[in-house]
Ligand binder design. Structure first.
Ligand code: H2U
Ligand code: ZN
Length: 346
């Protein structure tokens, strides 16, 4: 095991069947990458020009209600719509297209323009968890929806177009690539071992402890053994839960705590509003039980060594395999060692 702390190796991601190259010896190489200015934190509680603030006009001319907690609306520029063209396949199977129906929604986390998940109390995050569950159940019950993907892009560097804290929900007839890969891998493991892959994985990580960042009675935050992004993490339940609809009230609060904790640690790492794409993977909503599935969230943050220096997925990563210098164990240690009071509150 120890040679892996200093020498190039590759690690296998059992959830996707893909490899990541790890080069820990490169940790001290000289760096002259770009330095951008960190975005200033948003300080106004209500911005009259914001499309997502309560009571304001959206881009399609509709007015938002005077909402108090969360607010969900159909994306005014939805990538998926309820109607879809029919499928097409040429004789050689070289040109294949399928009509894809779906619904895209936007979810404002709170009326506060300046309140990111990192600055919210656990009590303020619980209504967001409740709203995630509600959306998963409602969209998943639609006959043409086989997959519900709840996610958040945060920070301009991640292409987030609206500063008001919000997430998105894209639901579709087919499973998108990542969920399809994870379904295939989890099913194969479940058929071979009779246990869900990620239930076994969490048990193992809890016993080893070296990649655990935070845990409460119900949820664990860890840097996965096969992490690709420098400070990538996963949030996983401690018991077998195929989808959010199976969470008890105590588990929803546990999830809110886990989400709060990792967001505070992330902001504290480089003392900035930490950008990321995060999202939940869970049981496909195609009407089958999917006992192989385990609910989890992935956080994919691009920052590498400061508030402005990010990791680029280029060259070898784009054409070969993802690569990282920092080991998952070192990343977990750094996140674990951070204070859990937000730097702006200290
Ligand atoms: P980001 O999460 O990447 O910032 O995207 C915000 C979404 O909000 C984006 O998909 C939608 C955009 O289409 N949006 C509306 O539907 N109406 C608006 O008035 C503003 C933005
Ligand atoms: Zn706003």
């Amino acid at each position: 095991m120890n040679a892996f702390a200093d020498h190039p190796h590759r690690r296998f991601n059992p959830l996707t069947g893909e490899w990541v190259l790890v080069s820990p010896h490169r940790g001290k190489r000289p760096w002259q990458g770009q330095v951008e200015k960190a975005a200033a934190p948003h300080s106004v509680r209500h911005d009259p020009k914001c499309n997502l603030c309560a009571g304001n006009l959206r881009m399609n001319g509709e007015r938002n209600p005077d909402y108090k907690y969360t607010f969900v609306f159909d994306n005014d520029f939805a990538a998926l719509t309820p109607d879809a063209p029919s499928d097409y396949r040429d004789d050689d199977g070289l040109m294949i297209a399928e009509g894809e129906s779906g619904r895209c929604r936007v979810m404002c986390y709170s009326p506060r323009h300046d309140l990111t998940l990192a600055r919210m109390s656990i009590e303020e995050i619980v209504p967001i968890v409740d709203c995630w569950v509600e959306q998963y159940v409602e969209l998943g019950a639609m006959p043409d929806i086989g997959s519900v993907l709840i996610f958040e892009n945060r920070g301009e560097v991640m292409g987030c177009s609206q500063p008001h804290p919000h997430g998105q929900i894209w639901s579709s007839r087919h499973m998108p690539n990542e969920t399809a890969k994870e379904t295939e891998r989890q099913l194969a493991y479940f058929q071979a071992k009779g246990r869900p892959l990620l239930v076994d994985y969490v048990e193992k990580e809890l016993a080893l402890g070296e990649r655990i960042v935070h845990q409460n009675d119900h949820f664990v935050v860890l840097v996965p053994y096969w992490a690709v992004w420098p400070f990538e993490t996963m949030v996983l339940p401690k018991r077998h839960v195929t989808g959010m609809d199976q969470l008890t009230a105590a588990e929803r609060a546990g999830l809110a705590d886990a989400v709060s904790n990792i967001n505070i640690r992330y902001d504290n790492l480089f003392e900035t509003s930490f950008p990321y794409s995060m999202g939940f993977h869970q049981r496909p909503t195609d009407g089958t039980a999917h006992e192989e599935w385990q609910l989890h969230a992935h956080f994919y943050p691009p920052l590498l060594r400061s508030a402005t220096v990010k990791k680029f997925m280029v060259g070898f990563e784009m054409l070969g395999s993802p690569q990282r210098d920092l080991t998952a164990e070192t990343a977990a240690q750094r996140l674990r060692d951070l204070p859990t009071v937000h730097y702006l509150d200290r």
